[in-house]
Design a binder for this molecule. Structure first.
Ligand code: PFF
Length: 453
């Protein structure tokens, strides 16, 4: 491993680049597709409240812990644990992250493919003149097909591979920096249209008025899984990105900016979707297809909807791309550093293998839709296992590692940048990652899965 230290590592070129790349990873389909559908299925307001609590009390500390590991070790997700705790089994946490990355990308690329289909539909003006019912039928017809969803998934994986292929600075950083702010602006414009639809108020009530009778342990586990998924934590993405961050970057501030951006975009996605859900009489618990059914309805009702529809799906695809890139990077960094492959070879092997697994996720909406285990399809299992099981488990190990193994002295050293960054909240942070976060996650986990009655 010695010569690895001599090899120059790629890194992010600027502070803005770091935030853009990390926010690019966090902001994606998790905010715009997954957050509304999971919130809709879990009854709205109360779920949102618990989700926000998890972001603050668990998500942010875990994010900072991951960045700390990565920048300290300057390695991939697995190599970081190996370097910081040589000869100990901690590297298994990295291994688990790599499995999670495989699984996430396998089903995420299905939905990412849908964004491309919808982009084409927007360009060809296919939403025009259709009723809400017709838009739902046409979504279901597309989703249940074989050829088109598969082709889009492959195209999307190809794009992801292409960017990862180009490396950190020229690939990942360059594309994210400009496009994220444009997406934010566009979401705000769509929110305004959604909010001015007749009947919109009911959607706001659904999203913001907590009804605690809806809260059960599985709902709480869903909130935790959604928080982890949305922030890209628990599987080493931010360890990997942290390893490319320069030593003078203020990590607590970066983590704060990234988690705040991610949360704001998720809430705005809710404000964009739910008023329209009620205005068009769509079931908020519709599930995986929710945003794809709701959005075209909004565009149809918007002045300039044709133009905004196209722009939106372009940006959504790009937001998804900056996230898929970060997931693939976890696997590629591992293959290239630990298995000593060239970056190009690692990218091709990882992308092809993941695409292959992903085809089954896509087909579970069509020919394989009848194939269910315990009432979940293959896609459903990938989604559930990664977000609700692997990420929270990974998060527990990560915080325990930073709290108990790395320890306060190392954490202070890594986060204070040679004394230039003051750390007034360090004690609270250590307390959260040593005890509060691991215990809270473990409890949600045990009760959410029904492991204890
Ligand atoms: N956070 C991304 C999103 O919200 O779309 C998805 C994601 C990326 C999850 C990277 C996990 C991850 F490691």
């Amino acid at each position: 491993m010695g010569n690895l230290d001599l090899m120059p590592r790629d890194s992010f070129g600027s502070k803005l680049g770091v935030i853009a790349a990390a926010a690019g990873s966090a902001v994606g389909l998790g905010n715009i597709w997954r957050f509304p559908y999971v919130t809709g299925q879990n009854g709205g307001g109360a779920f949102l409240l618990i989700y926000l609590m998890f972001i603050l009390a668990i998500g942010f500390p875990v994010m900072l812990a991951e960045l700390t590991i990565g920048r300290r070790a300057q390695r991939n997700a697995l190599g970081s644990f190996r370097k910081l705790a040589p000869g100990k089994p901690w590297y298994m946490v990295g291994m688990m992250g790599i499995v999670a990355a495989f699984m996430i990308l396998a089903f995420y690329s299905t939905i990412a493919g849908w964004t491309l289909e919808y982009l084409v539909q927007a360009v060809t003006n296919s939403f025009d003149g259709k009723t809400a019912g017709e838009l739902k039928t046409s979504f279901e017809k597309f989703q249940g097909g074989t050829f088109r969803p598969l082709v889009w998934q492959v195209v999307f994986m190809f794009l992801t591979g292409y960017i990862v292929f180009s490396g950190v600075k020229n690939g990942i950083e360059k594309y994210t920096k400009i496009l994220m702010p444009v997406l934010l602006l566009l979401i705000i414009v769509i929110c305004i249209r959604s909010l001015t639809l007749p009947g919109a108020k009911e959607g706001l009530v659904f999203l913001f008025k907590p009804d605690f009778s809806k809260i059960t342990w599985p709902v709480i586990l869903d909130a935790l899984g959604q928080a982890a998924f949305s922030l890209s934590i628990g599987m080493g993405t931010l360890i990997t990105y942290g390893s490319y961050i320069q030593k003078d970057n203020n990590l607590p501030v970066t983590a704060l900016q990234v988690s705040a951006t991610d949360t704001i975009i998720a809430i705005l996605a809710g404000v964009m979707i739910f008023p329209a859900v009620f205005a068009f009489n769509i079931d908020p618990a519709e599930g995986f297809g929710l945003v794809f059914i709701v959005l075209p309805n909004i565009f149809e009702q918007m002045a300039g909807g044709y133009f905004f529809g196209i722009l939106f799906f372009i940006l959504l695809a790009i937001a998804a791309l900056t996230s898929t890139v970060s997931v693939l990077e976890v696997v590629v960094a591992y293959f290239s550093e630990e298995l000593k492959m060239t970056r190009h070879r690692a990218t091709i092997i990882a992308a092809v293998a993941i695409t292959f697994v992903g085809l089954f996720a896509t087909l579970s909406f069509g020919p394989l839709s009848g194939f269910k285990i315990l009432d979940r399809t293959i896609f459903g299992w990938f989604d559930f296992l990664s977000a609700n099981i692997l990420l929270p488990l990974g998060a527990i190990f990560i915080v325990v590692f930073v709290g108990w193994v790395l320890g306060k002295k190392n954490v202070r050293e890594e986060l204070s940048n040679d004394g230039t960054v003051k750390l007034p909240l360090l004690n609270i942070f250590m307390w959260i990652i040593k005890l509060v976060a691991p215990l809270a996650i473990a409890m949600v986990f045990i009760y959410g899965l029904g492991l204890i009655g």
